[in-house]
Design a protein around this ligand. Structure first.
Ligand SMILES: Nc1ncnc2c1ncn2[C@@H]1O[C@H](COP(=O)(O)OP(=O)(O)OP(=O)(O)O)[C@@H](O)[C@H]1O
Length: 227
């Protein structure tokens, strides 16, 4: 479902004389339907960079990144937006929302955007918010004023509202209490059981060991030091 083939990445530092920094070389990774693969490696090794390339936020310098039948490394922006709407979910570490949109609609939005009927979309959103212990009195308010932990749970509810065939998870259990952390691990297990292919970064080793089938150490994709 997700196939990264011989991908490299450089950053050009425009404010430092256009210095070109190679950060990744020969990155390869296969994730089948129903499988969860954890990206591991020391800080700065390139886990986030690889994840951002799969999501199409960073452009790969070479190689192929297949998500379903789309090569993210070569696709036009419009094609990437379609992929994100229909195929590839992303649970980032922080919630980014349009101000003044009520929490229930923030969570229902990924369903509404693909034409799910409003009542059904809100029912699914309500079920997820309940599961993640967001009190109903908050559902009509914008999450912008919520606590950090509440925002993270709204973000997770939104990320799991649709049953995407492929998902990227950036530290989905970080800074959650035990009850909510357990809910998130169950959501991941359910997504795998229905066939989602998942790539994740988990500093929470216990959660990683429980939900991930394999680890890929991105240190292996670090270019040899240039003198
Ligand atoms: N936008 C950018 N411009 C320049 N260099 C960048 C950029 N993003 C990442 N890098 C560099 O790429 C390398 C990999 O960074 P990345 O954030 O992917 O590491 P990571 O493994 O996710 O680290 P951490 O566990 O600390 O989040 C680092 O050397 C970093 O400085």
């Amino acid at each position: 479902m997700i196939s990264v083939q011989d991908v490299s990445k450089t950053f050009t530092l425009h404010n430092q004389g256009a210095a070109v920094i190679p950060v990744m070389e020969g990155a390869s990774l296969q994730v089948a339907a129903g499988e969860c693969v954890a990206l591991v490696g020391a800080s700065g090794a390139g886990k986030s960079t690889l994840m951002r390339m799969i999501y199409g936020n960073y452009l790969a310098a070479s190689g192929r990144i297949m998500v379903g039948d789309v090569d993210v490394a070569a696709a036009a922006p419009r094609e990437i937006l379609r992929l994100r709407r229909e195929v590839l979910g992303y649970v980032s570490q922080f919630l980014r929302v349009v101000p003044r949109v009520p929490t229930l609609d923030v969570v229902a939005e990924p369903l509404l955007s693909v034409g799910v009927e409003a009542g059904e979309a809100r029912a699914r959103a309500a079920a997820l918010l309940t599961r993640l212990n967001i009190p109903e009195r908050l559902w009509g308010l914008s999450p912008t004023t919520f606590s950090g932990g509440e925002q993270q749970r709204v973000n997770i509810a939104r990320g799991f509202a649709r049953q995407y065939p492929a998902m990227l998870l950036d530290e989905p259990t970080a800074s959650l209490d035990a009850t909510n952390r357990e809910q998130v691990m169950q959501l991941i297990e359910e997504a795998k059981a229905r066939g989602a292919a998942i790539v994740g970064i988990f500093h929470d080793v216990e959660a990683r060991d429980r939900v991930c089938d394999r680890e890929v150490d991105v240190t292996g994709f670090t270019p040899a030091k240039v003198a």
